[in-house]
Design a protein around this ligand. Structure first.
Ligand SMILES: [Zn+2]
Length: 468
């Protein structure tokens, strides 16, 4: 029997409302005890019998972090990332579960491809991997994919991410078919006729650089349309990587009307503006590390997104981890691919964007990285097989006895610099290289196994370890 005891941590579990110092025991891959120090429990859990004891004084203990939007590039893009390297990046960043998008080659658009991801993850992954199935065959936006078969094979949501489900007719059909599965349709909101040839936000920088601009309205009209289409259908509808202040307003209104609409924000859209394209990376302009889809926008958009996070309009944080090889990102600005990596920097960047300025507190940040994405992808009801079976036995995103032993230990005070050597994934395409940040996962525990361990580097050495 394998067992792990973590003592003296600040335990934050939004589901049970726990925020207190205490101990957590994990045995045989499952949470065996959660013991915040209150009243009669002041002594904590017994150390006897534990194979490994981690003194987590000064650390925050959360349910394992979950990223509902990553690109693992396997199959077809293994030169940029694989399920093995992408999940190495995930555990390095504190994530114990990731949901991978279907824009692989071939795409994840039938049950055999969903099964492929589960099989490959079983063999090579460092954390749990849950595939999102394509909405349309080949992600072409023409015919619906076999949604029911994919749901039965364990798809945890549906998206044509990388592309928008452009046809209103197909969208209405997709919402109708997906609704009975209980899963969410995750939309990449981009009206393609408004973004033809565009590579960055439509604003002053694009004008100066002579680049075709990508207007906010390209995102907003799709959300507005989908919300209206869905009014009579009632499918769960999720807006991926929202970038425009106007989008926040549409989502807020839909949620106030009681519609099953949710939205996610990504680290870069919380911190960076379109000016990065001109001034970042040495200031030569046309910096492809700042090229992403949807594009970086303006300070007013960041402020609106922060307000949306603060008032609960935006409930989910997601990295949109999008690895690319250096060769491809070295192309000219218009030709280079969109996207940046995010799994290893996300936690520190969320702290910088949301905790440090007081937009939200730690329990809310933890909820937005654990139980909220878990509910989005219905990982809160997984059974032990990993299939999407309605049982709470292994429910992810919370700390409950008998549930999965997935836990992240965070050192909120650890300062570090984002360098190529500090990252574990295969690609290095991020505009945050060189940034000094604060806060890092120091242990990522998946099913009771410590998969990433930098406990020795923690900011406040233990008294015993320091030899006092
Ligand atoms: Zn997308």
């Amino acid at each position: 029997m394998s067992s792990l005891l973590i003592t003296n941590a600040r335990i934050i579990d939004p589901v049970s409302g726990t925020d207190a110092v205490g101990d957590v025991a994990i045995a045989d891959g499952l949470i065996a005890a959660v013991a915040p120090r209150r009243g009669s429990n002041a002594a904590g859990l017994s150390r006897s019998g534990a194979e490994r004891v981690i003194d987590a004084e000064g650390l925050i203990l959360t349910p394992g972090l979950i990223d509902p939007h990553v690109h693992l590039r396997e199959p077809g893009g293994e030169d940029a990332e694989t399920i093995a390297t992408g999940t190495a990046a995930a555990v390095s960043g504190g994530f114990t579960s990731v949901c991978c998008m279907p824009n692989t080659n071939p795409p994840l658009d039938d049950d055999s491809m969903i099964e492929f991801v589960y099989r490959q993850a079983e063999r090579t992954a460092h954390c749990r991997v849950f595939p999102v199935g394509a909405v349309s065959i080949g992600r072409k936006g023409e015919e619906l994919a076999e949604l029911m078969l994919m749901a039965a094979a364990g798809a945890v949501g549906f998206s044509d991410d990388g592309d928008c489900v452009a046809s209103a007719g197909l969208m209405a059909k997709a919402l109708t078919y997906i609704r009975p599965t209980g899963l969410a349709l995750m939309q990449h909101c981009q009206e393609a006729s408004l973004t033809r040839g565009a590579s960055m936000h439509a604003g002053s920088v694009a004008m100066r650089l002579g680049l075709i601009g990508w207007p906010r309205v390209a995102e907003e009209v799709i959300i507005e349309r989908d919300v209206r289409l869905n009014r009579a259908i009632g499918c769960r509808y999720h807006v991926q990587h929202l970038s425009s202040g106007g989008s926040v307003e549409i989502v807020r209104r839909a949620r106030r009307e009681g519609q099953p609409v949710s939205a996610e924000a990504s680290p870069h859209h919380l911190l960076l503006t379109h000016e990065e394209v001109e001034t970042g990376g040495g200031g030569g302009g046309y910096w492809t590390a700042a090229k992403m889809n949807p594009p970086l926008r303006e300070r007013s958009d960041i402020d609106a997104i922060l307000e949306g996070v603060a008032d609960g309009t935006i409930t989910v944080l997601a990295t949109d981890h999008a690895p690319h090889t250096p060769e491809r990102k070295a192309m000219d600005f218009d030709s280079a691919p969109f996207g940046i990596i995010g799994l290893e920097t996300a936690l520190a960047l969320y702290i910088e964007a949301l905790i440090t300025p007081g937009v939200i507190d730690w329990p809310r940040l933890v909820a937005m990285m654990t139980i909220e994405p878990s509910r989005l992808c219905r990982l809160d009801r997984l059974d032990a097989t990993g299939g999407a079976v309605p049982s709470a036995a292994l429910g992810l995103g919370q700390l409950h006895v008998g549930g999965a032993g997935d836990v992240t230990l965070i050192d909120p005070a650890m300062e570090w610099t984002v360098t190529p050597d500090s990252l574990a994934g295969r690609s290095r395409n991020t505009p945050f290289l060189g940034r000094r940040v604060k806060g890092r996962a120091v242990a990522t525990i998946v099913g009771g196994e410590v998969r990433a361990d930098r406990l020795a580097e923690r900011s406040k050495p233990l008294r015993a370890a320091a030899g006092v």
